[in-house]
Design a protein around this ligand. Structure first.
Ligand code: NAD
Ligand code: AHE
Ligand code: ZN
Length: 370
């Protein structure tokens, strides 16, 4: 599926060149649609490029490898990671336990090309060069990835479920466990009960958080949110006053919540999210991705009085170490995934059905099998 321009997605035949040194060509088996793909397709991403091949939450099988590739071989099952992990002893990010933000290929990735500065995709009918996206480009039957972006997983695992660890579910869980480092029995608010927000709820529930408030403007999300662990669900549309005021008033201490998470990408919500966090020690984690040109605002007094604003990319997980571990946990039944897959479609054209489903408000993740 080629994204030719804003909301212009069309099925086309493309040529996918063989992998160069340090690269891996994979057969994509399935893809789960993340809100970020829709965000970039809609032209809101300052880094968005057209024509390109979107998609970044997938399960795939290695088809061929380029020179020097050692960590995967043809036939291996992988989940692509949009945040790579080079593991180099000279990479201060990979060597630090504080971050997962390996910058090794981030520059070229943001420019829509492979690390050597060129693309592996061309349109078959006229040879037009197509850009890569987030180092993944999984809206295609085949794609080329950097070796350092490939997380090799147990081949017994069901790729249609494990693809969810390529982005949304891993991000929500990691935001709680790694980035915010929520303590057991904390109080939590989650703004936006899509797949990412519900994974935050699930991560908080696993820590026996005592109060987990879900906030969404779509009340259809409340039933599943309560099943996963929300103690309360709130629709901002039901109130005349600012939602942060409503939330603080209903907090156990009346001073806010230990941890709050934005999973909407709306900067006004991010502000409310910070301001709902606890006086003195509250931490508010930005997960949602905001549209081009948007900026954050709050009164500095909110920070002076002890609240902390943080954010997360891919839940702080170091991709190649973490995804196989998360897959193993899911296979043992320690992480429930099934409820996230609300829609399934077949074939490349299923990507359009997936987009319609995510827009409908009834969808958490739509998995398309190619
Ligand atoms: P989604 O569209 O499935 O869910 C978003 C939810 O937010 C929906 O339930 C929607 O009703 C709700 N919402 C929208 N506006 C709201 C408002 N004003 N107040 C309360 N709720 C509101 O999206 P998703 O796939 O769950 O992704 C959530 C966000 O996280 C997106 O912005 C996505 O781009 C971002 N994301 C970030 C990372 C990261 O690493 N930081 C990873 C994955 C996704
Ligand atoms: N390209 C945008 C930012 C997009 C963004 O923040 N992406 C998230 C992942 S969203 C996954 O669904 C992220 O982790 N970013 C870190 C990174 O290195 O891209 C912009 O504003 O330019
Ligand atoms: Zn995503």
């Amino acid at each position: 599926m080629v994204a030719f321009g804003v909301n212009d997605l069309r099925e086309e035949e493309i040529l996918v060149a063989p992998p160069k040194a340090g690269e891996v060509r994979v057969k994509v088996i399935c893809n789960a649609l993340c809100h970020t793909d829709i965000y970039t397709l809609s032209g809101q991403d300052p880094e968005g490029l057209f024509p390109s091949i979107l998609g970044h939450e997938a399960g795939a099988i290695v088809e061929s490898v380029g020179e020097g590739v050692q960590s995967v071989k043809p036939g291996d099952h992988i989940v692509p990671g949009y945040t790579p992990q080079c593991k180099g002893s000279d990479c201060i990010f990979c060597m630090s336990p504080k971050t997962n933000l390996c910058p090794k290929i981030r520059g070229t990735q943001g420019k829509g090309v492979m690390p050597d500065g060129t693309s592996r995709f061309t349109l078959k009918k006229d040879g037009t060069t197509l850009y890569h996206f987030m180092g993944c480009s999984t809206f295609a039957e085949y794609t080329v990835l950097a070796e350092i972006s490939c997380a090799k997983i147990n081949p017994e695992a069901d790729l249609e479920k494990m693809c969810l660890f390529g982005c949304g579910i891993a991000t929500g869980l990691g935001a709680v466990w790694n980035s915010a480092k929520v303590e057991p029995f904390s109080t939590v608010v989650v703004f936006g009960l899509g797949a990412v927000g519900l994974a935050v709820v699930q991560g908080a529930k696993a820590l026996n958080c005592t109060k987990i408030v879900g906030v969404d403007t779509n009340p259809k999300k409340f039933e599943i949110a309560k099943q996963l662990g929300c103690t309360d669900c709130v629709n901002p549309k039901d109130y005349d006053k600012p939602i942060q005021q409503v939330l603080v008033e209903m907090s156990p201490t009346k001073f806010g919540y230990d941890y709050t998470f934005d999973c909407t990408g709306n900067v006004d919500v991010m502000r409310a999210c910070l301001e709902a966090s606890h006086r003195g020690w509250g931490q508010s984690c930005v997960i949602g991705v905001a549209a081009s040109g948007k900026e954050l605002a709050t009164r500095p007094f909110q920070l002076v009085t002890g609240r902390r604003w943080l954010g997360t990319a891919f839940g702080g997980w170091k991709t190649r170490d973490a995804i196989p571990m998360l897959v193993d946990k899911a296979m043992k039944g320690e992480i429930a995934l099934d409820h996230f897959i609300t829609h399934r479609f077949e074939g490349m054209a299923g990507q359009k059905q997936a987009i319609e489903a995510l827009h409908s408000g009834d969808c958490l993740r739509a998995v398309v099998r190619y």
